[in-house]
Write a protein that binds this ligand. Structure first.
Ligand code: GLP
Length: 233
């Protein structure tokens, strides 16, 4: 793992923009994208750049189960607001949170991933070490699944909803096995609330209890941190 530590989130985001520019330059076609508050400075800088994704493919990690594509807290709306309205991709895929046939939706997403191997996967990390919505205990070789969110995740994400009861308790998520298939992975983490998870991810044992620790087994992972997130390394 290549760990990069920056004084501020903005500098970390600038590094991440350069990383994506280099990947584009080298011909990357398929970008795995993430949501949450962490990538927002990166997406903002991308929208202000001259990067062009109009012939590229975006595949998002996850979507809340039960939220329609136009729900304000859906990851569909997030991606549109943070990135796609200014930087459209040729095609952008997200799981359909209101799919009636769960198994068919899982099969559809796995098929997309099979047809479009991810060149660069962007990740955030949960305070409990989750990536995508792969919570502690998730199968190391898992593909797309409908997962139950950990209580810690529901509490953490309740800041985006009016009431904690409004936070969906399930989500469609690419599995750890799908994430590990990406050719390159770049994980961002900012703030002291991520310091424990980052220390376990980088220096701890590879364990299902810290899903991000599986990234130690990937040959091309870059971890981009601010000083607070790096404090326990
Ligand atoms: C969310 C997302 C993850 C994200 C993580 C951290 O629940 N499913 O993809 O990395 O939790 O979110 P944040 O960046 O807001 O701390």
């Amino acid at each position: 793992m290549d760990v990069k530590i920056f004084p501020t989130m903005e500098e970390a985001a600038t590094y991440t923009v350069k990383y994506f520019q280099e990947a584009l330059h080298k011909g990357a076609d398929v970008f795995g994208l993430a949501t949450g508050s962490t990538p927002i400075p990166f997406y903002r800088q991308v929208t202000q750049s001259d990067m062009d994704f109009s012939d590229k493919i975006a595949i998002n990690l996850d979507e809340y189960y039960g939220l329609s594509n136009d729900h304000p807290q859906s990851y569909h709306v997030y991606m549109h607001q943070q990135l796609f309205h200014k930087k459209p991709f040729k095609v952008s895929y997200l799981p359909n949170g209101v799919a009636l046939d769960v198994e068919a939706e899982i099969a559809r997403y796995n098929q997309i991933l099979q047809e479009h191997p991810i060149d660069v996967q962007l990740l955030g990390i949960g305070g409990n070490g989750h990536i995508g919505f792969n919570e502690p205990g998730a199968a190391i070789d898992g593909q797309t699944q409908l997962v139950n969110l950990a209580e810690q995740t529901i509490q953490a994400n309740s800041r985006f909803f009016d009431r904690v009861e409004d936070v969906p308790t399930q989500a469609f998520s690419m599995g750890l096995g799908s994430i590990m298939q990406a050719k390159k992975i770049i994980l961002l983490a900012f703030g002291e609330g991520k310091a424990d998870a980052i220390a376990k991810t980088v220096n701890g044992p590879v364990t299902k209890q810290v899903p991000a620790s599986i990234l130690q087994n990937h040959p091309d992972v870059t971890i981009v941190l601010d000083e607070a997130a790096a404090a326990k390394l």
